[in-house]
Design a protein around this ligand. Structure first.
Ligand code: HAM
Length: 423
């Protein structure tokens, strides 16, 4: 049997890669306007980074990481997400010493999670994410959310829902944590073994459990919002005020718990509300992670960011029937007939391409009719026809495929004349 692609991965072929490039370009342009700069970190990191960063009670760390030993017996992991690595890099490269804080970074790259593949869930997927490190101004929270929503809007998505929550600061979370333990402890025997382990280690994770989602205690669990101290409440109110000021609609959902441990204060998700989108509706997730830098050995550094996968973004575009305005068609197709003309077309194609045009020609000795068919399929704007007779007379015939108009040019000035067609 021939070798096949690994489960949960995909080949992106021409026709699709253009869509990806368009989305990536839109994201990069948006980042430039918001002044986020690109960072590229390795595809693999020391496993320890994710144990400490993402959290050892999370599904990602417990069940989903591609972890391996290299030949030097180092414990490495294909990155399941980008935030921990960006924070590691911020610390390692002493970006906290840069004069301009916060340091605003973005990344686009593959992430790896050993999950059960289904629509919108892959084992290798590409995240576009941003991280703003070094500010605890709630205005940055609003900015991060504006950028995420801005990308979707710019690409033409309309059916979106932004859900936000506050997980509060350490003090608020400790109070909430104790309340959660009191709430679940008497009946923890009715929960799955994962939840039983989570009870003491990290009871907030229970709220994120997929198996026990419908247990009655889930609905009556104490809400974090009731446990926010003054500072956390004020912070959350400020974030909401800024969002309202810039006209971004949101709903507050006190049950929103993210699947990674590093969050505090603002947490959010953006969902697709398009009909037929499928079971997994979360397009984007993020939040604030003020303690993460210290967790992995750096100085105290507040941070906030989000990540979204391009795969789910494309699924949402399809669900909303959005056609991206992707440029199609080539500038010129060179049709040649006769051996001398065919040879000459090699140089002609080279000259036109050098002048900046998108150009294609025949390489399979096809008949003129078949060459014209290729030109049609490639949506050529012009077809330049060169036969041995024209070549002998130093002429070339150019047809405008939209109007049908034909013009004959001197071969010697053809490239210059062709430029004028585009001037
Ligand atoms: P996350 O919620 O684990 O957060 O993932 C963020 C986004 O990545 C999801 O909303 C989804 O679009 C996409 N995603 C996750 N898993 C898959 C998958 N298996 N297949 C396709 N897409 C997937 C994080 O990763 C955090 N690092 C986000 C963040 C950045 N928080 C602060 N800064």
């Amino acid at each position: 049997m021939s070798i096949q692609i690994p489960r949960g991965t995909q080949d992106l072929l021409p026709g699709t890669t253009e869509i990806w490039q368009y989305i990536e370009k839109t994201a990069r342009d948006l980042c430039s306007r918001y002044q986020y700069k690109e960072i590229r970190t390795p595809i693999f990191e020391h496993t320890e980074l994710f144990l400490r960063g993402v959290g050892d009670t999370t599904d990602i760390v417990q069940k989903e990481m591609y972890t391996f030993k290299d030949r030097g017996d180092r414990d490495l992991t294909l990155r399941p997400e980008g935030t921990a690595a960006v924070v590691r890099s911020y610390i390692e490269n002493k970006m906290f010493g840069l004069p301009n804080q916060p340091v605003k970074l973005y990344y686009i790259g593959p992430m790896f999670r050993y999950e059960r593949p289904q629509a919108g869930r892959f084992r290798q997927f590409v995240q576009f994410g941003i991280e703003a490190l070094g500010s605890k101004d709630p205005a940055i929270d609003a900015e991060v959310l504006a950028l995420a929503m801005g990308l979707y809007k710019e690409l033409g998505l309309k059916k979106l829902k932004l859900v936000i929550n506050s997980l509060g600061d350490k003090e608020s979370r400790t109070a909430h944590r104790n309340a959660l333990v009191d709430h679940f402890k008497p009946r923890i025997g009715e929960f799955c073994s994962d939840c039983q382990n989570r009870l003491e280690k990290n009871p907030l994770r229970i709220l994120d459990c997929k198996k026990d989602r419908d247990h009655e205690l889930m609905k009556t669990a104490p809400s974090i919002l009731e446990y926010l101290n003054e500072e956390s409440r004020t912070y959350f109110e400020k974030v909401q005020k800024y969002l309202t000021d810039i006209g971004i609609e949101f709903v507050v959902d006190p049950t929103l718990v993210r699947g990674l441990d590093y969050y505090n204060h603002t947490a959010f998700e953006i969902m697709s509300e398009a009909e037929g989108f499928g079971a997994i509706t979360t397009l984007c997730g993020g939040g604030r992670y003020n303690g993460l830098a210290e967790e992995i050995g750096g100085p105290e550094t507040p941070g906030i960011g989000f990540a979204l996968s391009i795969e789910r973004l494309i699924a949402a575009l399809q669900a909303e029937n959005v056609e991206l305005p992707i440029e199609q068609g080539i500038d010129c197709y060179l049709v040649s007939l006769g051996d001398a003309a065919k040879d000459y077309s090699v140089k002609l194609a080279y000259d036109l391409r050098n002048a900046g045009f998108t150009v294609e020609k025949d390489y399979n000795d096809r008949k003129v009719k078949a060459q014209f068919k290729s030109a049609d399929r490639l949506e050529a704007k012009f077809v330049a026809v060169l036969g041995d007779d024209e070549l002998a007379n130093g002429k070339i015939n150019v047809k405008n495929m939209a109007s049908g108009e034909q013009v004959e040019y001197e071969l010697t000035s053809f490239v210059a004349e062709f430029k004028k067609l585009y001037a």
